[in-house]
Design a protein around this ligand. Structure first.
Ligand code: TYD
Length: 138
């Protein structure tokens, strides 16, 4: 398995007297072809979303409004990214356990994925994830 690295990706920001505009294009700013877009909103205080990994799909996560944290685990260590601006986002490759938490009221998380929705791509058991991930590193 070819394991990739998570990273913050800055997006273009076009600012003039009318306000700001940012964008990304298929495989231009982000390192995969976009097959699906979804968004998470109306998250009650204290709730954690996610809590799973994907075998194959890659994602790019942006906070379009408000703020939240993305916690990534690579099977050994944990990394926390705070997303709170709409001109950058987090690239999450396959085989990272990821959770979204600490949502501020009225936050809007936009997520683009490299695959159409596929329940069989999910790993929902953290212990199973750690075994698969650490085997893939060998
Ligand atoms: P889930 O992936 O569990 O959400 P989160 O990662 O934020 O905890 O998805 C919640 C429900 O929505 C689940 O029943 C599957 C469904 N769903 C779709 O039908 N299409 C999608 O693109 C996504 C992301 C979820």
């Amino acid at each position: 398995m070819n394991l990739k690295t998570s990273k913050i990706i800055s997006l273009p920001k076009i600012l003039d007297s009318r306000g700001s505009l940012s964008f990304f294009e298929n495989s231009n700013q982000i390192p995969f072809d976009i097959k699906r877009t979804y968004w998470i909103y109306d998250v009650p205080g204290g709730v954690t979303r996610g809590g799973h990994a994907f075998k194959n799909s890659h994602e790019f996560i942006i906070s379009l409004s408000g703020s939240f944290d993305v916690i990534l685990n690579d099977g050994k260590k944990e990394l926390k990214f705070s997303l709170n601006r709409s001109y950058y986002g987090l690239y999450v490759p396959s085989m990272f356990w990821r959770s979204l938490e600490n949502f501020a009221t009225n936050s809007l998380a936009l997520i683009v994925s490299s695959v159409p929705y596929d329940d069989t791509d999910y790993i929902r058991d953290f212990e199973k994830f750690k075994i698969l991930r650490n085997e893939a590193k060998k």
